[in-house]
Design a protein around this ligand. Sequence first.
Ligand SMILES: Cc1ncc(COP(=O)(O)O)c(C=O)c1O
Length: 424
Amino acid sequence: MTDLQNRFHDIIAPVIAFDSEVEIVDGKGSWVTAVDGKQYLDFACGIAVTNLGHRPDAVVTAAQSQLNKLWHAGGAFLYEPLVTAAESIVDIAPDGINKVFFMNSGAEAVEGSIKLARKVTGRQGIITFRGGFHGRTMGSVTYTTSKAKYRQGYHPLLPSTFVVPFPHPYGWGMTQEEANAYALRELEFKFRYEVTPGEIAAFLVEPMQGEGGYYPASKAFLDALRAIADEHGILLIFDEVQTGFGRTGDWFTSQVYDVRPDVLVMGKAIANGLPLSAVGASSELLDQWLPGSHGTTFGGNPVCCAACTATIDGLREVIPTVPASSEHAFSRWNTLKEEHPTIGDVRGLGLMIGIELITADGSPDPEAFTSIASFARDAGMFILNCGPDGNIIRFIPPLNVSREDLDRGIDILTDAIAAYESGR
Ligand SMILES: Cc1ncc(COP(=O)(O)O)c(C=O)c1O
């Protein structure tokens, strides 16, 4: 162990599980540099946060210049970066989202969206979808069902939360249509046997599940939820914390699928790595959230807001390039799937691609991920996994990754998969 690793283990609570203990000292674009000078291609992106890569020049300049003027106001004063960041978000957000409330983290924004939904509907029930990840705070972990371990030891969680299936066609051995029909039938049963729709304040759903296994919801499924929500006065909350800001090929997955949420939850890439999150909704809804009935000290920090506006400006040029990078990556991964029995499925949207690794009998193969990630690290590349079994590669390069680096990343993983297959 290095000196830093020893100090780390002595002082940092182990509950925060790090994927690696490689000490890095610098990051630029798609690359990070370790203390020993070794460079790594960073396809973890700080868990889908650095969509513009590390330290994009314009974001650095915006944050630095704000830092030199004002870095905290805490709700005591008005400051321009707050309003400009909100205007930038509304400009790119799905139709109908025209007001914003800023917070600090994804979990906090999820909880904010639930408080908003309960307040404005006067109803208590929340419906969430199995495999969803919405955060780790006491409220948000109630809605998180991507792994039982995240909830273990914390019960009782918030009452009046109802979990229904989210379509997992590959995992269930079904077509997308069959999986949608099954999930919607279970929702119908939920309403028939457990809770009436009139008691439900909101559906909380990721339009593409992230941590739970990189499953896109499909337009048909989200259209169906939209229709049920409209019929019963239920709010449709899209948690786009991981899928937002270009990751799935448009600003938000809502626009990829052309399905309108009532409430949009944002975080992660919103300021390319500075801590900021937000809830967006119509002014009709947000104007009913009366002053003081929710609040924050740090949310909407001036430096983070300046970084947010610069990030959105930077993404304006990058997002139109995502479909071509996505097509290239999907085409290569689909070819690799034909050649490598370890790859059971390739799925996703934009540059949010899940590669599911399986054993010879088709079961999830977490050992394959461990071996591939370790090979990749030795070869100079970082990746993360997802899914309840940890057997799915999250392929999430920065959105502005060069074609050369995109191919380099896929080449490294191809060698890693071949090495794993030759040894098993
Ligand atoms: C979809 C989704 N929602 C909420 C969160 C929680 O965000 P945070 O870790 O910033 O609290 C995450 C984090 O991974 C996420 O992927």
